[in-house]
Design a protein around this ligand. Structure first.
Ligand SMILES: Cc1cc2nc3c(=O)[nH]c(=O)nc-3n(C[C@H](O)[C@H](O)[C@H](O)COP(=O)(O)OP(=O)(O)OC[C@H]3O[C@@H](n4cnc5c(N)ncnc54)[C@H](O)[C@@H]3O)c2cc1C
Length: 445
């Protein structure tokens, strides 16, 4: 393990688990609010991935190196980086009795199952390297993992010459190879809604590939099918109507409220359960999957998740764990009751930061209203930004007009402007509240 200060305290004011969009922007925001707080970020990866760019890697519009930066360059100044993976979380002991016999770091390293008793003052995380770290406030934001087992055959299908997914950095370049090389035949796009991050962007490969096929004169020879597990492409009428029109114009066969059951990579068939009953076997010559995701096993084993979703069992409005005060969740790992997205973190981070202070001072909590966003291109030049709240109503960043319409300026924004904004502002804890020009970050409970 490197990158760790020798004089690191054993307990921090705040420990942030995960060094993705959520973890880094929260740590930076907390630090900018109060430089005296001790903060640790526990994150195992050397490389940070700006995942929205993976969609453009998968369309041949961005170099595969463009979404990545060294994690060391992103850890906020003043925060400790614990370059290790969390394997267990022990929430603070409720009640007053102290505990004895907590495992030492050496115990935990030699035996990852070593007993770590609940501490009355701190939440505790145990890492793969045997660190035992205390936190007055503990924020869980390790994202989710692709649940290949949820769709038998999907892992092999996405690694074959005929299928791929943009949902891992490793496979995004392969998506472009698969879609680019199709000249005629059947293209199949499968979008799961089982914890899939930012599910609206599961449509990006379809529209960007269709435009490529149109430009290369192949579109008429390619039969396109789209399978959505959701009833609608995004869940906002204005955007969905537009998307359905565009899908009709491209002659796309659409199945909604379907269930992706299995994929046979040898016979190139995807089996789906269709709405209303029955099954269909859909053949393909090129396939993209926006796969189901699940919460990390160690969070489930730590007893912190909702058994149905495997996401952290936090209140979706305050982001605090339902059973453990001072334990919080953020981003893809959290229960949000709205599709997760990087854009959704912009209001989540200030709400969570406020609530950490409010928990200590007794002030009123703020709540996250479920703002989420999906940038969906209709071709390689025009993109719409569909924005909505948890209740399904449209949210307008600019009150005078909706961004849920295809504009060239929005494609430029998503592909060219947004990445530097991400690296230089959002990950530095700036520009994090989409409501800042219009209304408070969250409403009082
Ligand atoms: C292909 C794709 C395109 C997308 N496009 C968009 C878009 O255009 N717009 C948008 O708003 N959103 C988009 N999203 C969604 C957005 O990327 C996610 O919502 C966002 O990254 C969530 O951030 P996170 O920090 O919660 O999770 P992640 O980004 O997954 O980060 C989790 C971090 O936790 C770390 N971690 C994992 N396990 C452990 C452990 N045991 N201990 C400690 N750390 C751990 C990981 O290494 C990682 O650094 C897209 C997602 C994908 C996959």
């Amino acid at each position: 393990m490197t990158g760790v200060r020798e004089d690191r305290p054993q307990a921090y004011d705040v420990v942030v688990v995960g060094g993705g969009n959520a973890g880094i922007s929260l740590a930076a925001f907390l630090r900018s609010q109060d430089a005296r707080r001790t903060i640790a970020v526990v994150a195992p990866e050397d490389t940070h991935v700006y995942r929205p760019l993976l969609s453009y890697v998968g369309a041949g519009m961005a170099h595969p190196d463009r979404p990545t930066r060294p994690q060391s360059s992103l850890i906020p100044r003043g925060c400790d980086w614990i370059r290790d993976a969390v394997t267990r979380v022990v929430p603070r002991a409720s009640g007053t009795s102290g505990t004895t016999g907590a495992a030492t770091p050496a115990d935990a390293a030699s035996d990852p199952r070593a007993r770590v008793d609940a501490d009355p003052d701190h939440h505790t995380v145990v890492t793969a390297g045997g660190e035992v770290i205390g936190a007055v406030d503990l924020v869980l934001c390790p994202g989710t993992v692709v649940d290949w087992d949820a769709i038998p055959g999907s892992r092999e299908a996405c690694r074959s010459a005929y299928g791929s997914t943009n949902y891992t950095a490793e496979l995004a370049p392969h998506t472009w190879a698969v879609l680019r090389d199709l000249r005629r035949g059947r293209a199949l796009f499968l979008v799961s809604n089982r914890n899939t991050p930012c599910p609206g962007v599961g449509l990006k490969p379809l529209f960007l590939a269709a435009d490529h096929w149109r430009r290369t004169g192949c579109l008429d020879d390619i039969d396109i099918t789209l399978v959505l597990e959701d009833a609608q492409p995004f869940g906002l009428d204005r955007a969905d109507d537009r998307l359905r029109d565009e899908l009709r114009r491209l002659g796309v066969r659409l199945h909604t409220s379907a269930r992706i059951e299995s994929i046979d990579p040898d016979d190139r068939l995807a089996r789906i359960a269709v709405a209303g009953g029955g099954h269909l076997d859909l053949p393909y010559d090129a396939m993209h999957l926006a796969p189901p995701h699940r919460g990390h096993a160690w969070l489930v084993e730590s007893g912190l998740t909702d058994p149905d979703t495997t996401l952290v069992a936090n209140d979706p409005s305050t982001l605090e764990h339902r059973d453990h005060p001072g334990l919080w969740a953020l981003g893809d790992a959290a229960t949000l009751e709205t599709p997760s997205s990087g854009g959704g973190l912009r209001p989540q981070v200030p709400v969570l930061s406020h609530n950490i202070l409010a928990r200590r001072s007794g002030a009123t909590f703020l709540h996250y209203d479920g703002y989420t966003v999906a940038p969906i291109p209709l071709d390689r030049r025009r993109l719409m930004l569909a924005e909505r709240l948890r209740d399904g109503h449209e949210y307008r960043t600019f009150s005078a007009f909706s961004l849920a319409r295809p504009l060239r300026a929005l494609m430029f924004f998503d592909l060219v402007v947004q990445p530097p904004v991400y690296w230089h502002r959002l990950l530095r804890g700036k520009g994090l509240d989409p409501h800042e020009d219009t209304e408070p970050a969250g409403r009082s409970l």
